[in-house]
Design a protein around this ligand. Sequence first.
Ligand code: FE2
Ligand code: FE2
Length: 163
Amino acid sequence: MSGDTPDTSNDSWEETRRAWFQEMTKLGIERFDQAHEHLMDLILDVNRTLATFSLEQAEDEGWLALLSLAKQLEIYGRGLFASEEESMREENYPDLHRHKRAHLQLVGELTRFRQRAAEADLAYCRSSAPALKIDLFDHIQQLDVAYVPFFRRRQRPHLGPYA
Ligand SMILES: [Fe+2]
Ligand SMILES: [Fe+2]
């Protein structure tokens, strides 16, 4: 691993992406796994952009790129969480309320990040970017996995999309 100076070569980020992808819990529900992967990629791009900042002292172009990523992250995250909640509601998933509260926390985190990126708050963005990945991965591993067997149990008789 690199020390204080981030290694921003493409190879290094490809390696990071492979490691993140391996680490991320897969649900076996294709549309959610693909959506999680897309969120992971956006968060990786946020981190990659910020790593460039530390070398180039945060030029305007960099902030525009970061803000664009932060907006995409918030919009995509909100959409994914709403979609998960809709599926859970349809299946009368018993732990929906707790799961929704956790989604609200994540949305708050994404919104704060987008707002701070808009204010060009580099210290905040740099210190909180690693948590975006950690909190998403923890959420998938601790909460999303809990609905998988439930969805599968409900869907199997119909040979639905999750069977
Ligand atoms: Fe999820
Ligand atoms: Fe979730």
